[in-house]
Write a protein that binds this ligand. Structure first.
Ligand SMILES: Cc1cc2nc3c(=O)[nH]c(=O)nc-3n(C[C@H](O)[C@H](O)[C@H](O)COP(=O)(O)O)c2cc1C
Length: 177
């Protein structure tokens, strides 16, 4: 059994809703168990218990981490993620905040890379309209970007990203492949 810990922060519920959809899709894979946690000072310690990690983070306060993630950032920066496969997804608003679009993915992703994480689930920025994003590295977002203005695209994006994760997280055994 491969265990996945999905940790999210969500102020107005959008990231929470996506977390549920991502977990539901991953739970269809045989031999995979997914636990969902709202990130907090109480749950952050559980991160080390999982084989694979998914972090969900919306950008708030103009280019900042959502407040629950902000409160655990120091603790995260003390964890050792060496060799741990980790994927990020975020929520943002490309029309309202084109200069700080999805910055929280970049802030969290950079912190986890510095702690040795093996970051997977990178997502092409083609087709997104924005000016600046800390989540962007060499034309790719450091994780799945979900947009308040493109809610009709969310289900397909989540489905495609989960299929990508199944491969990158190596969730299928050779027998299943
Ligand atoms: C005050 C405020 C600041 C925001 N700042 C940003 C921002 O800098 N960049 C961005 O991409 N989205 C920004 N957003 C949009 C939120 O990330 C978006 O609404 C998201 O879906 C909220 O997710 P949640 O419901 O999980 O908290 C902001 C929204 C508000 C209300």
């Amino acid at each position: 059994m491969i265990t996945i810990g999905l940790f999210y922060g969500s102020t107005t519920g959008n990231t929470e809703e996506s977390a549920m959809a991502i977990a539901q899709a991953l739970r269809t894979v045989q031999g995979v168990a997914v636990d969902i946690h709202e990130i907090s000072t109480k749950t952050v310690g559980a991160i080390v218990n999982y084989d694979r990690l998914i972090f969900g983070v919306p950008t708030w306060d103009v280019g900042e981490l959502q407040s629950d993630w902000d409160m655990v950032l120091l603790k995260l920066q003390s964890l050792n993620f060496t060799g741990k496969m980790l994927a990020l997804f975020g929520h943002g608003d490309s029309i309202g905040y084109p200069d700080t679009y999805q910055d929280a993915i970049g802030i969290l992703g950079t912190a986890c890379l510095e702690q040795g994480a093996d970051l997977v689930g990178w997502w092409a920025a083609d087709g997104y309209k924005f000016d600046e994003s800390q989540a962007l590295m060499e034309g790719m977002f450091m994780g799945l970007a979900l947009d308040d203005n493109e809610t009709e695209k969310a289900a397909d994006r989540i489905q495609a990203w989960v299929e990508q994760l199944i491969v990158e997280f190596a969730l299928l055994t050779l027998e299943d492949a």
